[in-house]
Design a protein around this ligand. Structure first.
Ligand code: GAL
Length: 380
């Protein structure tokens, strides 16, 4: 093609909006081209925070696996600060990253950075948390987050004795007092977790088996900004003061994440729960964080949801390699995750509910934690 012809074709494509919507790297070759060796390619990995052990594990797994394949990795944590994450991603782009893997703090806050990535033909993989409000996100790796919510609701019913672990009907009848916690509203996963849990609990609430004593059943009321343990502890304290200081007992708490569960448990313990005469309410969780796995082993927390961060990292790395070869990674869900602008092709992994009796088979036998770490409640 002559230069003039190429320019004419480009102008035509621009006029049709093709460049704007096709430039984000999905299926297009990376800026480094197909022939670049891994050693010549840098992958920017942007993670939300190091205050939660799961994101440390995620960052470590992604970095190690990419480096094991020869890629250079620029791993950054944003301290749960939205502007910091924006600056870090900007910097990755200006320093020539060939691909980005991003777990967003606020799913809607990265549009301008991702436009810059698209302009530079840098593919973007959204890691565990869907990036919203932009067409410039090429792939999503996560778990089935609605089903995680269903599993959390189910584990609350198991903890209360309304169901058995095999989900057959339990011997308890209720009524039980419960309270509900949700995650951070700026995280797209929050609505899926809470939605799945509430769909599971709703029939029991409607027939009076479960009573949300505070009446706080809306996601906005239940939400916990930035998934903070302290924020959850404070809300639990307030709920206990307002609704349970007349001797009424609370029997269960829906929690979407282990850090939040630990805040809830601290508030309950400070209020005198967790003794032979005043048993700890059923409390759910997510992420199999080591401190919480010990609480489950000790019979303090009921359950957690185990999402294997090593496998999530593997999927992200496989998708990254495919993009860098100029191909499109294989999705196993192309309908669920609409980010407000488009449905983002997704690869969703399975997860497991962990109770006291399967800590060994699910977490220890798989090498995720050692028996010694579980006993100490600390990673080595
Ligand atoms: C969510 C994630 C959960 C939990 C939470 C708090 O996005 O899916 O597994 O880690 O963030 O970090």
């Amino acid at each position: 093609m002559s230069r003039k012809l190429r320019l004419t074709a480009l102008a035509g494509a621009l006029a049709m909006g093709l460049v704007a919507c096709g430039g984000s790297g999905a299926g297009s070759s990376s800026s480094a081209g197909e022939s670049a060796a891994p050693e010549d390619l840098t992958i920017g990995v942007s993670m939300p925070t190091q205050t939660s052990e799961r994101w440390i594990a995620d960052g470590k797994s992604v970095k190690e696996q990419l480096e094991g394949k020869g890629y250079k990795v620029d791993l950054q944590y944003a301290g749960d600060d939205i502007p910091t994450q924006g600056q870090q991603v900007d910097q990755m782009i200006t320093e020539g990253a060939d691909l980005l893997i991003v777990a967003a703090i606020d799913g809607t806050a990265l549009s301008s950075q991702l436009q810059a990535a698209a302009d530079a033909k840098i593919p973007v993989i959204s890691y565990d948390r869907l990036i919203r409000g932009t067409e410039n996100v090429d792939f999503y790796v996560s778990f089935d987050n609605y089903k995680v919510g269903v599993a959390q609701g189910t584990s609350l019913l198991v903890g209360l004795g309304l169901l058995n672990e095999d989900v057959s009907k339990g011997t308890a009848t209720g009524p039980f007092n419960i309270e509900l916690f949700a995650g951070s509203l700026d995280d797209n996963n929050t609505q899926y977790f809470f939605g799945g849990a509430m769909d599971t609990l709703k029939p029991y609430i409607e027939d009076g088996t479960l009573v949300v004593k505070s009446g706080q059943t809306d996601i906005e009321q239940a939400a916990t900004l930035r998934w903070q343990q302290e924020t959850a502890q404070k809300r639990m304290e307030d709920l206990l003061t307002a609704g349970y200081n007349d001797g009424t007992k609370i029997n269960g708490v829906l929690s979407p994440y282990d850090g939040i569960s630990r805040g809830i448990i601290t508030a309950l313990q400070n209020a005198g729960y967790g003794t032979a005469t005043n048993p700890m309410p059923a409390v759910t969780g997510q992420d199999a964080e080591i401190a919480s796995v010990k609480l489950i082993a000790d019979g303090v927390q009921t359950a957690t949801i185990f999402k294997d961060t090593r496998k999530l990292a593997e999927q992200a790395v496989a998708a990254a390699e495919t993009f860098l070869k100029g191909d499109e990674p294989k999705a196993n869900d192309t309908t669920t995750y609409n980010n407000g602008v488009k449905v983002v092709p997704s690869y969703l992994l399975p997860f497991e509910t962990v109770y006291k009796d399967n800590i060994q088979s699910v977490l220890i036998d798989s090498g995720y934690w050692t028996a010694d770490e579980v006993a100490k409640g600390q990673s080595d």
